[in-house]
Design a protein around this ligand. Structure first.
Ligand code: HEM
Length: 138
């Protein structure tokens, strides 16, 4: 996804987004905050229950995926193999409520990052695309 407003960084270009996160350490901080939100927000209780009790691997997998998705090293493919996000979620029966809960956790996790506001808005909007593609009902 690209944003091309004059004077704005084009976060969809090359590894611009990956660099804006501060690289894999910044992505892991975001993902940790994301899963911490999932563990505490009442709105996220149902999607939390879809995950394994121990979230260590879920944290690693999402961080590795986002690294490549943001234009950085393709860590998910290197470590876990190829992935299609809709196919990986097809068995979960995700509806609009689950999609919105996932995006709410991400919005709150992004709020905690000291990244440019424009980048945070871009990222939430960009992530709403694969989140919608995970939806199989409603
Ligand atoms: C739309 C709402 C979403 C829900 C409710 C959801 C939920 C889940 C659940 C329950 C798992 C399985 C965890 C496990 O068994 O270890 C999972 C795995 C995963 N999710 Fe999501 N997810 C959503 C959206 C997304 C999006 C938008 C992305 C990427 C941008 C994503 C990336 C991943 C990855 C990389 C995995 C690991 C897949 C694997 O290796 O099997 N998810 N998700």
């Amino acid at each position: 996804m690209q944003i091309s407003e004059p004077g704005q960084p084009r976060y969809g270009d090359g590894d611009t987004s990956y660099q804006a996160t501060g690289g894999i350490a910044g992505i892991r901080r975001l993902v940790d905050a994301f899963y911490d939100q999932m563990e505490s927000l009442p709105e996220a209780a149902e999607i939390r229950a879809l995950h394994p009790r121990n979230l260590d691997e879920s944290r690693d997998k999402l961080s590795c995926f986002l690294s490549g998705w943001l234009g950085g090293p393709k860590l998910y493919r290197e470590k876990y193999g190829p992935i299609s996000i809709p196919a990986a979620h097809a068995h979960l029966g995700i509806g609009s409520q689950e999609r919105d809960a996932w995006l709410l956790c991400m919005e709150k996790a992004l709020d905690q990052q000291s990244w440019p506001e424009g980048f945070k808005h871009y990222l939430l909007r960009a992530l709403s695309v694969p989140a919608e593609r995970c939806r199989t009902r409603d």
